[in-house]
Design a protein around this ligand. Sequence first.
Ligand code: PDD
Length: 287
Amino acid sequence: MIAWLDGAFLPLAEARVSVLDRGFLFGDGVYEIVPVYSRRAFRLDEHLRRLQHSLDGIRLANPMAPGDWRGLISDLVARQDFDDQSLYIQITRGVPAEGQPLRDHAFPAAARPTVFVYAQPLRTAAPEQKAAGVCAVTATDPRWQHCDIKAISLLANVLMRQQAVDAGCAETVMLRDGFLTEGAASNIFVVAGGLLLAPPPSPHMLTGITYDVVLELAAAHAIPHAVRPVSEAELRAADEIWMTSSTREIMAVVRLDGETVGAGVPGPVARRMDACYQQFKRDVMRA
Ligand code: PDD
């Protein structure tokens, strides 16, 4: 696996950053994960736009122009010896320049951002897991008010995901003030009475690139859908629940807090959307 760190390509195992990096000390940075199919980055412009939104959210200047990002990414993708990749991009506020305090919460007067990009083989869900679906638990969303920033400070998400794993499940579905926000590392959709429901983008969730594709496909294929707040009662009574992300794609949740969701298997709308999604990926890759 070949990585890019601060201007140079190198084997991932050799990449090193300073312990004074603000990413390490404060979690002061942002990231993106871009799926790459057959060496083509999926929805790269959208990922780069979301990266810019995250950088704006933490008041960090983008160290590269969009064209330079595209060039770097295509170079990095070409250097790997596997075709389907999960590309990770991280930018932190870097190491304070000499003479600056080593550790101060406020931004250093001068620091060069640390830019780190690497690719690993993409591991999507096994067909058997997709066919069976997964279980999830719920929890009160413990996070801050800027979940639309894809920040590397992920402690709340880490604890939420571990809570699911401790319960033998795949995801924790979070609720804030009685309404669905998202999963620890995914967006959540529900189907109720044939209607696909998605919580509206807000500072309480990260608007997934997959989330956007799902809604575009729902519109394109005339799947009835609405973007509006989803209550806890609607979540618990749903016929179908899905988690979506770049790496999990569309994954049906078939048990929630130990209760069976719908028929206890991935529902018809999930299966239809997954077929649309796989076809869409193939079309995009051919274009
Ligand atoms: N996470 N919400 C959160 C909190 C996420 O971490 C993610 C993805 C999503 C879905 O976004 P997208 O469809 O763009 O992948 C929603 C990635 C996969 C991760 O951190 O591993």
